[in-house]
Design a protein around this ligand. Structure first.
Ligand code: NAP
Length: 236
């Protein structure tokens, strides 16, 4: 079995993805942008599963940092493009810098990592990519235009890459998450949370572990590619 590489593994969904893959017996490497304590905790959780762990500090929106990071990584079998940032802003108050930052992390980051991993997969005779998108990329969210557009781009990227890379034995899939209990949603007031939840048939937010299980499913099902798997409690 090869290694798994996860972007944004220092907390939230990324950490759960790291530990879920560690449980399958694979070594896990991940990157993060700032949270060193969080990264150390993720390393502890991976090692607790009896596999190797490696954490690297690198901003996925930085093309040369991503190149340098991948040049030090060998034996990758699965890439999970999870790193992402949210932006709650009305369109008329979204600056071009805000807009570009959201796209730089959420879209450019996945593109840079995918581009670097392809030659490694080709040398191995195949590989697999799982992108972490959002239901807002499918239906749009009010006051989250930049975020929704970036996540829609990630879905389009997934589908195009799946077609382009399938003949080379590389599968590309995507998890479309609903409302998941992580730091990203910590800004929600109790009232906003209640409002969101009233639209979720399952009646609760999802857990990072539930998203991670979907990522493992997509990575391990060899006849699934170009798929957008919703983990949203029935929201859409
Ligand atoms: P989170 O708790 O805020 O964690 C984000 C992770 O991404 C952290 O590990 C963070 O590292 C890392 N990161 C952020 N910017 C980065 C950069 N430029 N370079 C490298 N790493 C970076 O968020 P989450 O809820 O787990 O979200 C994970 C993914 O799921 C995102 O793509 C998000 O859009 C998607 N998603 C989440 C939800 C939800 O409801 N939570 C719903 C739909 C989709 P640091 O800790 O070092 O900053």
């Amino acid at each position: 079995m090869g290694m798994v590489f996860v972007t944004g593994g220092s907390r939230g969904i990324g950490r759960a993805v790291c530990t879920a893959f560690a449980r399958t017996g694979r070594d896990v490497a991940f990157c993060y942008s700032r949270d060193e304590d969080g990264a150390r905790e993720t390393v502890r959780q991976i090692e607790r599963e009896g596999v190797g762990a490696l954490s690297l500090r690198a901003d996925v929106s930085d093309e040369s940092a991503v190149k340098a990071m991948f040049s030090s990584l060998f034996g990758i079998e699965i890439l999970v493009n999870n790193a992402g940032i949210a932006l709650f802003e009305q369109i008329q108050s979204t600056t071009s810098d805000m807009w570009r930052r959201v796209f730089a992390v959420n879209v450019d980051g996945a593109f840079f990592c995918t581009r670097e991993v392809i030659p490694k997969f080709l040398r191995r005779g195949g590989g697999c990519i799982v992108n972490i998108s959002s239901v807002w990329g499918e239906v749009g969210a009010s006051c989250e235009a930049a975020y929704s557009a970036s996540k829609a781009a990630l879905i389009g990227f997934t589908k195009a890459a799946a077609k382009e890379l399938a003949p080379s034995g590389i599968r590309v899939n995507c998890v479309s998450c609903g409302i998941i209990d992580t730091d990203m949603n910590a800004r929600l007031s109790d009232r906003e949370r209640e409002e969101f939840l009233s639209a979720v048939p399952c009646g609760r937010v999802g857990t990072a572990e539930e998203v991670a299980a979907a990522a493992v499913f997509l990575a391990e099902h060899r006849y699934v590619t170009g798929e957008v798997l919703r983990v949203d409690g029935g929201l859409l």
